[in-house]
Design a protein around this ligand. Structure first.
Ligand SMILES: Cc1cc2nc3c(=O)[nH]c(=O)nc-3n(C[C@H](O)[C@H](O)[C@H](O)COP(=O)(O)OP(=O)(O)OC[C@H]3O[C@@H](n4cnc5c(N)ncnc54)[C@H](O)[C@@H]3O)c2cc1C
Length: 286
């Protein structure tokens, strides 16, 4: 039987308090909904709960230093709130709700958090995928503010406290596409295309490695520098993409690295990803 044990359970009073505990106590961990953590068979010396830190809301702000009008999504927001938020629905062209809709079930989505989903950096993550396509930035106590794409490139264990995910608030056109062997299973391959105030960005995930951009340009502080770090250059799309531009995006998706796991083999993923990229761009452009 899989058993996760906690030595000490602490409800932090503030994100700063959580950060100090995390850094001072060896073997301590932040817990979000605990949905993923509970699958591991081990003990955590000190587990730090952010439930009292005021990070469970999605707020609209008009003075974000990068985006101007922006949505600040608290790390403790559940995937169910993420799915139902009206501002986020507009800002993601419906893709945020579509991306999380098949994650297990409503009860689970009422538990799992945005923070746990981002900090887990799971390759299959539908949450990271859609946020990457929207050009999200992350705000940490410790690391400060960084683009999500830079965080996804980093292989080191996260020892900071994520407080907010920030996305532009302006209405977007977007489309989420995925293949699942059956509803609520992990995605075999997933794609999100978004046309926001930052232009077009298209991300491919569940390769099964972490999501990567195939369309879009590097943000300030981003690690991709106009390439997706796998040798394939990120292409750019004009506001109304031409057939040649869409073709170039599909070719960029085909050049990503794919691997085999229990859900699908690399060749299958490499074949299907460009098809989903085309569908996502065409649907978002409509
Ligand atoms: C059976 C199952 C099926 C799933 N299917 C899908 C799927 O199809 N698509 C999908 O996208 N996801 C899927 N998931 C993942 C799920 O959506 C969540 O991403 C996952 O449960 C983590 O969220 P959590 O809040 O439970 O995090 P936790 O399990 O609590 O934490 C996960 C990690 O994040 C760290 N962490 C949490 N919050 C913070 C923070 N604020 N700052 C720093 N570190 C933090 C924790 O220390 C831990 O390392 C699935 C999960 C399960 C168990």
């Amino acid at each position: 039987m899989v058993v996760l044990r906690f030595g000490t359970y602490v409800r932090a009073k503030s994100p700063q308090d959580a950060y100090e505990l995390l850094r001072s106590k060896k073997g301590s961990r932040i817990v979000g909904g605990g949905g993923w953590m509970r699958l591991s068979r081990r003990s955590v010396g000190t587990v730090i709960d952010l439930g009292d830190c005021g990070l469970d809301a999605i707020n609209l702000t008009h003075d974000d230093p990068v985006f101007g009008d922006a949505l600040r999504i608290g790390a403790y927001v559940t995937l169910r709130s993420f799915e139902l938020d009206e501002h986020l629905d507009r800002a993601s062209g419906g893709a945020a709700a579509a991306a999380v809709h098949d994650i297990v079930g409503v009860q689970f989505r009422n538990l799992a958090t945005v923070g746990g989903s981002v900090c887990g950096r799971f390759g299959f993550s539908d949450v990271c995928l859609v946020l990457l396509a929207l050009g999200a930035h992350l705000e940490f106590v410790g690391a400060g503010r960084i683009p999500l794409e830079a965080f996804l490139m980093d292989k080191a264990t996260c020892r900071d406290v994520l407080t907010h995910v920030i996305v532009p608030a302006a209405p977007a056109q977007a489309s989420y596409q995925a293949v699942r062997r059956q509803a609520t299973d992990f995605p075999v391959i997933n794609v999100c295309a978004a046309h926001t105030c930052q232009g077009w960005r298209v991300a491919v995930g569940a390769r099964p490695g972490r999501p990567r951009l195939v369309v879009g340009s590097a943000q300030e502080g981003g690690a991709q520098d106009a390439s997706n770090s796998q040798g394939a250059p990120c292409v750019t799309l004009t506001d109304a993409p031409t057939a040649d531009e869409v073709e170039a995006a599909c070719a960029s998706a085909q050049r990503l690295t794919y691997s085999t796991n229990m859900l699908a083999d690399a060749a299958y993923r490499q074949e299907v990803a460009p098809v989903l990229v085309r569908r996502a761009i065409e649907e978002a452009a409509r």
